[in-house]
Ligand binder design. Structure first.
Ligand code: IMP
Ligand code: MG
Length: 208
């Protein structure tokens, strides 16, 4: 359920409001909030901003692959909404496949990564683009790349809607990034909290 909640911004010497005023009533802001299971989330990225970033990613991919026939591998479940909006803007001939693995339970990232399932297309010699919803520590995507490399693609690139640079523990390059975000736990636009919240058009971050 959506509602609007009044939040108090902490009193501080050096936030954007400090020069303005530290008066109590000026530090109150109204945020669109939702409840998913036992947690409260506040609006973080609205759908128009998400769609602008998706379009930017598509423009770069269209330019890089204009003379190729890439194979996109969408990693389910979280990427389904990103993929649906992205591919409407992709204009070269391409194949799109969906694969699945899961490594996340509740709000804790896990170090154990399960095997990739669901690949039917020939990967050998293909230009592959992995489509992910979010890269956090990078453990999942690194493991995915290793598993896909076994099939000998010509080249593998990564497209992610969201990236948490402060959580990222790896040193490989991420080729296409929609939006860089802080280390908050988020839901919406395909991303879930314990299986819920994937259907939200906007992205919300946990507040309590
Ligand atoms: P990583 O292995 O730590 O990079 O985590 C990647 C996976 O964890 C993503 O594909 C998501 O399924 C999940 N994940 C990471 N951060 C979040 C979040 O803030 N909300 C929901 N799922 C997340
Ligand atoms: Mg994912």
């Amino acid at each position: 359920m959506q509602k609007y909640t009044i939040f108090e911004i902490p009193k501080a010497e050096s936030n954007i409001f400090a020069n303005y005023s530290n008066q109590f009533w000026l530090r109150l802001i109204i945020m669109k909030t939702i409840t998913v299971k036992d947690k409260h989330f506040a609006l973080s990225i609205d759908s128009s901003e998400i769609l602008k970033s998706v379009e930017q990613v598509a423009i770069k991919i269209n330019s890089d692959y204009k003379n190729d026939i890439p194979l996109f591998i969408v990693i389910l479940n979280g990427s389904f909404m990103f993929a649906a909006d992205l591919f409407k803007k992709i204009d070269m001939p391409c194949e799109i496949s969906f694969m699945k693995l899961s490594s996340y339970q509740g709000m804790e990232t896990s170090n154990t990564v399960k095997t990739l399932i669901g690949l039917n297309e020939e990967i050998k010699g293909r230009k592959v683009v992995i489509v992910e919803d979010i890269i956090d520590t990078g453990i999942t995507i690194e493991n995915l790349i290793e598993q896909i490399k076994i099939y000998e693609p010509e080249d593998i690139k990564i497209a992610t809607l969201l990236f948490k640079p402060n959580a990222f523990q790896k040193d490989f390059k991420i080729d296409y990034i929609g939006i860089e975000i802080p280390n908050d736990f988020i839901v919406g636009y395909g991303l879930d909290y314990d299986g819920f919240g994937r259907n939200l058009a906007d992205i919300y971050k946990v507040v309590s």
